[in-house]
Ligand binder design. Structure first.
Ligand code: FMN
Length: 224
């Protein structure tokens, strides 16, 4: 698979087979992903790879937090907690419509939406997940940007192994629970999660090829 093909093929996967990913495969993916560039080659990332028992404990504890009405407390702000300008909001709404359309959740189906949200908080039932953290002392723009590069690298490196991923803010909305179950030290901030596993071919939302705005809207050719 060449790089251009991989980039066109990658898409977020939100339905997984229960088959766990062998740890050797996860390590191969990460071995490639850490070739990602980073500012000053600081390699500011730490990856916590969650196996079956830990992911189950984490999910149960997050469900308890939600049931207890505890509000999300991400360590970096997310759009879920920040609000969005209208122009961008409409892209988010379009995504929601497409996803809900595919899985048959109707506009006023609040229970269906609630269950989807809960499933998202459970890493879409992926057998494994990767939590990415950064040392608090270097947790500024350059490090978070570099972690973004590494996160995309994980998503691409997963493809040749037949794996699908969903990069997820939703997976890090209750960082204290992650800290506890994955033994993340206090001096590290929890940045992002990636659900990873073998895509469920029957799961309708996996067929979504999300739209992009036309290239002319985001590209300015200067001096040609
Ligand atoms: C930083 C970041 C956070 C994301 N968080 C979530 C999330 O919490 N839940 C989710 O379903 N998708 C999440 N996604 C996936 C995006 O919705 C997805 O990348 C976007 O809609 C484009 O679709 P594609 O990945 O299929 O190309 C996130 C992606 C990124 C890069």
């Amino acid at each position: 698979m060449d790089v251009i093909e991989a980039m066109h093929e990658r898409k977020s996967i939100r339905g997984f087979l229960p088959t766990p990913v062998p740890k050797e495969v996860l390590l191969e993916v990460l071995k490639a992903a850490v070739r990602a560039p980073s500012s000053e080659n600081l390699q500011p990332w730490k990856f916590y790879v969650l196996g079956r028992t830990v992911i189950e404990t984490l999910k149960a504890k997050v469900m308890d937090q939600i049931e207890a009405g505890k509000p999300p407390e991400p360590e970096f702000p997310t759009y879920m907690t920040m609000g969005l300008p209208q122009k961008y909001r409409s892209r988010m709404v379009e995504l929601g419509k497409a996803l809900f359309g595919l899985v048959g959740i109707e506009r006023h189906d609040t229970e269906g939406r609630r269950l989807w949200y809960l499933k998202m908080m459970r890493f879409f039932e992926a057998p494994n997940a990767i939590i990415i953290t950064v040392d608090e002392e270097i947790s500024g723009f350059s490090s978070v940007f570099s972690i973004g590069c590494a996160t995309m690298a994980v998503a691409l490196a997963a493809l040749p192994f037949g794996l699908g991923t969903c990069i997820q803010h939703a997976g890090v909305l209750y960082p204290e629970v992650i800290r506890e179950v994955a033994s993340v030290p206090k001096g590290e901030k929890i940045v992002m999660s990636i659900a990873i596993g073998y895509p469920d071919p029957e799961f309708k939302a996996n067929s979504l090829v999300s739209p992009r705005v036309p290239l002319e809207e985001v590209v300015t050719l200067v001096g040609f």
